[in-house]
Design a protein around this ligand. Structure first.
Ligand SMILES: *[C@@H]1O[C@H](CO)[C@@H](O)[C@H](O)[C@H]1NC(C)=O
Length: 381
């Protein structure tokens, strides 16, 4: 039996050889790691910034048809058409449907981002776009911006990063117009978004109560150059409170040409270009409840008003009361008391909407209400 016997000196020689080997290996490895890191950071520094690859397209199921659509009110289209629209919805490409907000002044930006954030929160599958003057992207030489521009740039970043909003800078509608003037920009720019099949524009500021109703409207409608919200229930005029648009080069060109020859308001430009009632959203589409409701109407509600039923049947409330400068402004309590609805339930609904707006403004934009010094009301209150 050839047993291998080692003397203690042999053992210590082997041990020290092993220790030397291990240290050398460790040294080599740490050197290697350091070198790799250095190479990587060098590569990163030299490499041009490549955009991140897009995530694989997700298959998004169309929204379940909103219950509001089941209401048997008014003139419903033939069953066949409804079914065709439903089938169209099944194979729908959500990347070609979008919600758009258009802001021309920095003070409007937060409300637009709030609305898009609500759509994000309510998990609308459609795209969210924000159009704003391209001028706002101009970088200052020293990277120093005034307080207002700093807020604007912060909100644009928030919109893109946190709420997945596609930032879409726009130019004045008429070439060469003063790009610092809000009036140089127009809703006609919506028609430049020709990559989209249908886009839905909502006029803010307001509170979105139900995104699925809007998703249904966007998804199950036909593409038409213009489907505007009627100004009155009699459907004799259009408004710009909600527009569903099929963008095309042709309409874009037509509107720009008109605007170049006659400076006019967006509403007048649309009135001249599209006919009523053909260019209004169909009666059937609006039969699902209050698609757009203006807060001042709550003052006309009577004792039959039910706040719960109102919330369930309403999609979007535009906060618009003629005596108030807008929900972004803090007005004295005495002013609110004077103008708020008399009916108890309507009053509760009204106050809740304004309060909800205030809270979301803080959550989304990190902004308090603006102080407002009404010139005309100063003596009155
Ligand atoms: C208000 O409407 C809700 C929902 O439609 C209903 O459940 C409730 O009974 C109504 N309340 C009154 C007082 O009618």
């Amino acid at each position: 039996m050839g047993r291998l016997l080692l003397t203690s000196s042999q053992v210590s020689v082997i041990l020290s050889a092993a220790i030397v080997f291990l240290f050398t290996l460790a040294l080599f490895l740490s050197g290697y790691v350091l070198q790799q890191r250095y190479v990587h950071s060098l590569q990163a520094a030299i490499k041009p910034r490549l955009p991140k690859p897009l995530p694989p397209p997700k298959v998004i199921a169309p929204p379940t048809l909103d219950a509001k659509w089941a209401r048997p009110v008014g003139s419903r289209p033939e069953v066949d058409e409804t079914y065709a629209q439903y089938i169209a919805g099944q194979t729908m490409d959500w990347s070609r449907l979008g919600y758009v907000q258009v802001v021309r002044e920095q003070v409007e930006l937060c409300s637009a981002v709030m609305l898009l954030s609500d759509l994000h929160r309510m998990k609308s599958p459609a795209k969210r776009l924000l159009m704003f003057p391209k001028l706002w992207l101009a970088t200052a030489d020293d990277d120093q911006y005034g307080p207002e521009m700093s807020t604007t740039r912060r909100l644009l970043r928030t919109a893109a990063r946190r709420y997945g909003v596609t930032l879409t800078p726009m130019e004045p509608i008429v070439k060469g117009a003063d790009d610092t003037l809000p009036s140089s920009y127009s809703l006609a720019t919506l028609y430049s978004l020709v990559d989209y099949e249908r886009i839905l524009y909502l006029q803010g500021p307001g509170v979105l109560l139900d995104a699925s109703a809007l998703d249904s409207l966007l998804a199950f409608s036909k593409s038409e150059p213009m489907a505007a919200y009627p100004a009155t229930p009699e459907r004799t005029d259009m408004s710009t409170s909600l527009l569903m648009v099929h963008p095309s080069q042709q309409s874009y060109h037509q509107l720009r040409t008109l605007r170049e020859s006659t400076p006019t308001s967006d509403l007048n430009m649309f009135r001249k270009t599209f006919t009523v009632p053909d260019s209004l959203i169909s009666e059937w589409s609006l039969s699902m409840g209050n698609v757009v409701y203006e807060s001042q109407r709550l003052r006309d509600e009577n004792d039959n008003f039910n706040a719960t039923a109102f919330e369930q049947a309403t999609t979007f409330v535009r906060l618009s009361d003629p005596e108030l400068p807008g929900p972004e402004y803090d007005v004295p309590y005495s002013v609110k008391v004077e103008i708020r609805p008399q009916n108890e339930q309507a009053q509760e609904a009204w106050s809740k909407l304004y309060e909800r707006f205030r809270q979301r403004r803080m959550e989304v934009c990190g902004l308090d209400l603006e102080t407002y010094k009404p010139l005309m009301m100063a003596g009155q209150f």
